[in-house]
Write a protein that binds this ligand. Structure first.
Ligand code: HSE
Length: 307
């Protein structure tokens, strides 16, 4: 095999109580990439459509991640990458993660899979370091593995795949303003009070338990963020109105998707997720803010080859 075309999905990181550790994979939104094996060593990004991003390998998250993977292997092959961006940079649904994860996944396939999907996370994270200054795996892990993922440790990458209850659906609203992850991280306090930490890890543990037991009520009670959301939500226009509308329409929970500005909601069943979308759209329509919305089942497959 010399060339593959793949779909690299968008993802929701944090999922309220799991800042930097929890994430899940979306279905209808994602980038397409073509990866080509060449005899000339090294990585070249030959085409980017849909977004004004650098072609220079060292300045592009896909290039940096691909180079990290190649540096770990004794191979004389090189690779060309074409990126067809559908996920907007700075949207909060894992745009940089999709490109980074797609690049390492594609190269790994063309090399005959020297690494498992889980092992590829460490290389894809190098792209996140370029994008946000911090190596967090909570977007690249669900992009590569699909479903819900939990990062036990971001330093010596240790990621656990979690189950995805079959009736769980996500609604995403993306107000078309750019919020860079680095900026959304700069507003965060470096220390947190013990009582808040206790609430947060109680909710995170209970959410994981709810995913394992298909306990939608427990999932709903646990989708609470007492640490990050209060600090970041002022950066997102009409956040509390959108979240309130989602909950009133029957969502199990709602919060900031990744570092924002997108907002996610989780619902039991597609019908409720669609009602949540309508309710969120109703908040934004009179506000003169351009936005996109999506309803998605949880994508349990992750990145996939399409050609
Ligand atoms: N966990 C990261 C953050 C995700 O919230 O900064 C960025 O998409």
């Amino acid at each position: 095999m010399k060339e593959i075309k793949l779909f690299a999905p968008a993802t929701v990181a944090n999922v309220s109580c799991g800042f930097d550790v929890l994430g899940f994979c979306l279905d209808p939104i994602g980038d397409e990439m073509i990866i080509r094996k060449t005899d000339q060593p090294g990585v070249r990004i030959t085409k980017i459509e849909g977004q004004d991003l650098p072609l220079s390998t060292k300045k592009n998250v896909a290039g940096v991640a691909a180079e990290a993977l190649l540096a770990s292997l004794a191979t004389s092959f090189g690779f060309e990458i074409e990126i067809y961006k559908k996920i907007k940079a700075g949207s909060g649904i894992g745009s940089s993660a999709a490109s980074s994860a797609g690049a390492v996944f594609g190269i790994n396939e063309l090399l005959g899979r020297p690494y498992s999907r889980n092992e590829l996370i460490q290389f894809a994270m190098k792209g996140e370091v370029l994008a946000s200054g911090v190596g967090h795996a909570d977007n690249v892990a669900p992009a590569l593995l699909g479903g819900f993922t939990l990062v036990r440790c971001n330093k010596q990458v240790d990621v656990v795949a979690l189950p995805s209850p079959s009736e769980l659906y996500a609604t995403i609203i993306h107000p078309k303003i750019e919020l860079r992850t680095a900026d959304a991280r700069s507003v965060l306090k470096k220390n947190i009070p013990l009582n808040k930490a206790i609430e947060q890890w109680g909710n995170l543990a209970a959410l994981v338990s709810g995913l394992y037991t298909d306990n939608y009520e427990l999932i709903s009670r646990s989708l609470v963020d007492v640490i990050i959301e209060p600090e970041r939500s002022p950066l997102i226009p009409f956040f509390s109105e959108l979240k309130g509308a989602a909950l009133d329409a029957g969502a199990l929970g709602s919060g900031i998707s990744g570092s924002g500005p997108s907002i996610y909601a989780l619902s039991r069943g597609e019908e409720t997720a669609k009602k949540v979308r309508q309710a969120m759209e109703k908040v934004f329509l009179p506000m003169n803010i351009d936005f996109d919305t999506y309803v998605s089942k949880i994508n349990t497959e992750g990145i996939k080859i399409i050609e």
